[in-house]
Design a protein around this ligand. Structure first.
Ligand code: HEM
Length: 437
């Protein structure tokens, strides 16, 4: 089979990292820059600001002075930034006027109507609803309860295998390992090939030149292999009895079994990115956040019952997907601005999660907040993350098992972040587990 989504649509991120301005070197410099620019020149859609982790002050100024902000990006064109928590909720709950449809450009700032992949996150009702329902059983409470012992035994084995007293990369050895194993289980994908899932999920959202792929053609080559592999799995599952895995659910679902191949392939990307990158980056983010806030790490050691609320606080803090985008389907007045039909509307979750009018002391990492699940990292409304409970479960288990074994995991170098305005994540995090005397 040569006709795959990759050859039909091409890469969704068909631009190079080189074209973006260099970011300020430090957070202090970014703050000075953010507050010295004329408002109209604030353009947060620069992957280098996220790679250097200095985008915060720009969002802060927008939240304060221009919460519904229009900017022209040289690469992505004109777009609106929605930066306050309650405005994001308002856009999310108005899917009649703010569409997710791939045909209009889908759910990321970088995609266009030609490149947005067809998947149910990039659909509006009613089609979105029936496809979402087809995969929902995977995250039902009974299924999560069944998965828990398996995830726990894997987490335990991964942690028991870690080297002590030497530096290693937490991303590779723990975050990727555990989440790739879980995803392979959800898809009944061969465990021994699970790193292919990680690679494909990295490539799917990669920007050429950003360290994962060099050229747009590489995206087509690698994703073609991904789609061909999953197409074969689809045929295999469709020929057998209905099973409990995501591919079988789509291949047998009354509303999905006749979906075109390219739509199935789009949904594969959704499930491998959704089920992989986000949780992986939250696991890494938890180690980093606890190291940057030693008082909170101490509190966690003293009160391990705080793990569940630490997990939610980490997901807020990390905000593993920095944004989702919508397209206005008609002219609409919003926050005192006129958003025109066809305009891109970008909801910056990373900014909503730092909105001081909704979240108390939002710039602090506090693992025993009163309402730790009050964050917008999983979105809101009809597209709210399907996998949120599964993500929380994996993080909770990994930390319960860490606390049984290691009093501390020390971050011993700088994290390497990814070049993306979408996935807020890490390539590596050097750590060391101290020897016990
Ligand atoms: C949707 C974040 C884990 C599968 C979403 C959305 C966000 C998100 C922001 C879009 C919400 C919206 O537009 O309102 C996250 C984060 C995770 C995570 C931060 C981990 C910490 C997972 C996992 C899975 C998953 C583990 C897979 C089992 C999905 C799917 C959708 C989705 C299928 C589309 C839902 C729809 O359109 O109806 N996620 N996710 N996610 N997520 Fe997650």
């Amino acid at each position: 089979m040569t006709d795959t989504l990759a050859t039909r649509s091409g890469p969704p991120n068909n631009f190079s990292i080189d074209g973006f301005p260099e970011p300020p070197a430090t957070l202090e410099a970014a703050r000075e820059h953010a507050y010295s620019l004329p408002l109209a020149q604030i353009d947060v859609a620069n992957p280098k600001l996220f790679h250097a982790d200095v985008v915060g002050p720009y969002f802060e100024r927008l939240r304060r002075e221009d919460p519904v902000h229009y900017a022209e990006s040289p690469t992505f064109g004109g777009y609106w930034s929605i930066t306050r928590y309650n405005d994001i909720v308002a856009v999310e709950t108005n899917h009649q006027q703010f569409s997710s449809d791939a045909a209009l450009g889908g759910i990321t700032i970088s995609a266009t109507s030609n490149t947005a992949l067809p998947m149910f996150i990039a659909m509006d009702p009613p089609k979105h609803d029936v496809q979402r329902r087809a995969v929902q059983p995977i995250v039902m409470p009974t299924n999560l309860r069944n998965l828990e012992p398996l995830i726990r035994s894997r987490a335990a084995a991964i942690l028991d295998d870690l080297p002590v007293g030497v530096e290693f990369d937490w991303v590779d050895k723990v975050s990727i390992e555990l989440t790739a194993m879980t995803l392979a289980t959800l898809m009944e994908f061969p465990q021994e090939q699970r790193r292919k899932l990680t690679r494909w999920s990295d490539v799917a959202t990669a920007v050429p030149g950003g360290g994962i792929i060099d050229r747009p053609e590489q995206w087509v080559e690698e994703m073609t292999e991904c789609f061909q592999t999953f197409q074969a799995l689809w045929h295999e599952r469709a020929a057998g009895p209905p099973g409990n895995d995501l591919i079988s659910m789509l291949a047998h679902g009354a509303e999905t079994r006749n979906m075109p191949a390219y739509e199935f392939q789009g949904n594969v990307v959704l499930l491998i990115v959704g089920g992989n990158d986000t949780t992986r980056n939250s696991i890494t983010g938890s180690v980093l956040a606890l190291n940057q806030n030693p008082d909170q790490y101490q509190k966690l050691r003293e009160r391990p019952e705080l793990v569940a609320s630490m997990v939610s606080e980490t997901i807020r803090w990390q905000t593993p997907l920095a944004h989702m985008r919508r397209t206005a389907v008609q002219d609409i007045e919003f926050g005192g601005k006129l958003i025109r039909k066809g305009d891109k509307v970008v909801m910056w979750y990373l900014s909503g999660n730092r909105d001081e009018s909704v979240i108390e002391r939002p710039n602090e990492y506090i693992i025993d907040r009163d309402r730790p699940r009050q964050h917008i990292s999983f979105g809101y409304g009809i597209h709210r993350c399907v996998g949120n409970r599964l993500a929380e479960l994996q993080l909770r288990i990994v930390w319960e098992e860490i606390l049984k074994r290691f009093p501390v995991i020390d971050v011993v170098g700088k994290p390497e972040r990814v070049y993306s305005t979408f996935v807020r994540g890490f390539r590596s995090l050097p750590v060391r587990i101290p020897r016990r005397h």
